[in-house]
Design a protein around this ligand. Structure first.
Ligand code: ZN
Length: 157
């Protein structure tokens, strides 16, 4: 199978999604960001957690990125796209990605790392059947700076 997301692009998107999460913390938001790339590796949407700013409990980074990508692509589905997340998507966001037909997810920090650093959303997974997760190709991307958004949030919030 063709692999449009090269190692180089994965690393670049990993860096960008961490930078985006850091900027969101500096702007008073939570340390979560997401970037969506299409099948050709082009960025089609970005998002950060804007729950507090928009007073919208669904304005998670992944959902904001899906909204932007859908507007850019003029499509309510994003088949073949890959979503990069600075922190593992919560249950709501996995469901939104399923609805958007995004199957590839690349995570920088996982749910347990987020929990350990003060962002516990483990409860969001318990309402889902485990079969939901089997629909995704979930990979983790190692990065030396992966915990920086959480650490910065701890200092600033
Ligand atoms: Zn979420």
């Amino acid at each position: 199978m063709r692999e449009p997301i090269s190692e180089e692009l994965r690393t670049k998107c990993g860096e960008s999604v961490i930078d985006l999460a850091i900027s969101n913390v500096k702007a008073g938001g939570l340390p979560f960001a997401a970037i969506i790339v299409d099948q050709n590796g082009e960025t089609i949407g970005k998002g950060v957690n804007q729950v507090a700013r928009l007073l919208d409990c669904t304005a998670h980074a992944e959902i904001q990125a899906i909204r932007e990508a859908s507007r850019n692509e003029e499509s309510s589905t994003l088949k073949g796209a890959t979503l990069f997340a600075s922190g593992e998507p919560c249950g709501l966001c996995y469901m939104a990605m399923r609805m958007a037909e995004i199957r590839k997810v690349i995570i920088v920090s996982d749910r347990y790392e987020a929990e350990k650093h003060g962002f516990d959303y483990l409860w969001t997974y318990k309402y889902f059947n485990v079969s939901l997760f089997r629909e995704f190709d979930i990979r983790t991307l190692d990065n030396d700076r992966k915990l920086v958004p959480f650490q910065l949030a701890k200092e600033l919030i």
